[in-house]
Design a protein around this ligand. Sequence first.
Ligand SMILES: Cc1cc2nc3c(=O)[nH]c(=O)nc-3n(C[C@H](O)[C@H](O)[C@H](O)COP(=O)(O)OP(=O)(O)OC[C@H]3O[C@@H](n4cnc5c(N)ncnc54)[C@H](O)[C@@H]3O)c2cc1C
Length: 636
Amino acid sequence: MPTALDSTASQAPNATVATDVAIIGAGPVGLMIANYLGLQGVRAVLIEKLEKIIDYPRAIGLDDEALRVFQAVGLADALLPHTTPDHWMRFVTSNGHCFASIEPRTDEFGWSRRNAFIQPLADRVLYEGLARFAHVEVLFGHAVESFTQDGSGVTIETADVNGARRTVRASYMVGADGGNSFVRRTLDVPFEGRTKPNQWIVVDVRNDPIGSPHVYMHCDPRRPYVSAALPHGIRRFEFMVMPGETEEELSKPENLAALIRKVVAEPDKVDYIRKRVYTHNARLASSFRVNRVLLAGDAAHIMPVWQGQGYNSGIRDASNLGWKLSMVVKGLAGDALLDSYTAERRSHARSMIHLSEVAGDIFAPTRRFGIKFRDAFVRTFNLFPAVKRYFVEMRFKPMPRYESGVVLLASTPRKHGWLARVLERSGHSAPGRLFGLMSEKRESRLGRLVYGRDPHCHSPVGRMFIQPRVRTVGGEVVRLDDVLGNRFAILGWGADPTFGLSEQARAIWERLGGVFVLAKPDTQLVFHDDVPAGVIAIGDVNTRLKDWFTRIPQSVVLLRPDRFVAGVCSPQQVSQSIVELAAKLHLEMATRANAGNAAGAASHAAAAADNGVVTFSTVAGNARTATAATAATAGA
Ligand SMILES: Cc1cc2nc3c(=O)[nH]c(=O)nc-3n(C[C@H](O)[C@H](O)[C@H](O)COP(=O)(O)OP(=O)(O)OC[C@H]3O[C@@H](n4cnc5c(N)ncnc54)[C@H](O)[C@@H]3O)c2cc1C
């Protein structure tokens, strides 16, 4: 483990530590945000109350989106040895008959869609990743006891186990301090939702006594249980604590042995790692931002584990927040950009809570009627190949789709019909939750029936862009993001996306540090005359990019650093789209007056401002700036 990270030794106990971002909690979410900020050159202090990162087993399911974020921070290769790709989820009856299996075999985002992993090992990869950054410090053994915020920052008071106090002063603070978040409670942000009455006893063992791959959800009405193969010969069992049972009783060695005997003939020959009791909650913070304090991960949302989305949702938060925070603290974007974090992340976290609850309803219904409903439902869907595919291919998984925030979509207020209102009211019943989840796909028939026609439902804007393999001009075949980097990118299909670009748009793009990419059929990559300097050419090795552009009328896509589609346009609309994007970002353009403040301020942009091309005002943190740009373009 890196020791250089722990700055406690190097600082006097009562010294005030000054930083750009203070992150509370060195769980996966805090660690991921720290890695992202570290890569962007942003100073961060990670404050953790424990002496080291949590080492007991927790999450076991990692999705393709989360793996893509590990890739973004340069840690996917270190993580992969601790994962099992293509980890299917099988639902079986009490006599072992598999009645449903979730086994998506696609890799649209560049990685296997379902992966088993071991959380402490992944968290350690994230922690060790921080050793790359001298400007990121970790304060272990420091509990945050209080904080106050003012117009320019947050002052945080910590105490170590001996009562020694330390003050950290940061421009922004992220509360990634878990489900019982001190930060969220101090802010008095409501944590809406419910705690499910049932508990689960979670047992991890080494030297897997069963060995068969994948995860099995045994829908045994007497006691539902889970048996999951994990990397490195580890197996996870989870048994439902039935009504009337207590954690204390069940944890007694003889009772635990009786539980394990359900699945293993000789419980005394089992190599136990640890057992814990876990209560399933479904809760969502009413806002993920209060001025200079942001909430992320379990501090913002907690959900039952059935779809393994607690960890993954937190990693999505980190990816969404990381690039925005880094733009704001570098003075590139106005503080209003951070409002888009709640707007973009909260509704998807809610969808994931619904998904996790529905999976729990299917797996372990709490009522006899629920079991009957589930069995009838499953028998029926197995008769219809299209419905079966919907489940097998995991099409039910709500993918993030941003309708507002940093996306170039016209806002179209829609009225929810009576069916939506009925579903909202029946959301606390299992069928209500299931149909609610299915209708969340607005492009589906059910979605249209419930929510009315959504003009953007087929638009790729606000969705994650695909990640195919591409060929570089050097001949190497790599994943797309490895070419794009953690930057804004404009990717044009077949033709130079910079042709006819206005000076203003070019200045904005330079200020953003964005790249231009020309994607071609792989056969044409050797021909360079159509690739201007400063444009990266890539070959579409398996035609997935062409297929993607075939589905939309435009041929240029604007990508955000988190690989979400900010907009699509035709080649002649690139300049206008860049200016509109700058407005959404609350972009601060440097002029002579403040060029010195903004880290690495683009002299090009200042020059453009002198020419009267860039019409942004320069009041730091002021959302007016970007709006001015749009108005200027509209009037141009
Ligand atoms: C048994 C179990 C099984 C799970 N299974 C899955 C699964 O299969 N898939 C899945 O996706 N998720 C699963 N989860 C959930 C997953 O582990 C969490 O979603 C994830 O760890 C959340 O990460 P986080 O960084 O937000 O919070 P945490 O990992 O909880 O980290 C928060 C950190 O903040 C620190 N902290 C708290 N208060 C303070 C303070 N005042 N000052 C300083 N530090 C503080 C804590 O010590 C902790 O280290 C499971 C959880 C459990 C318990």
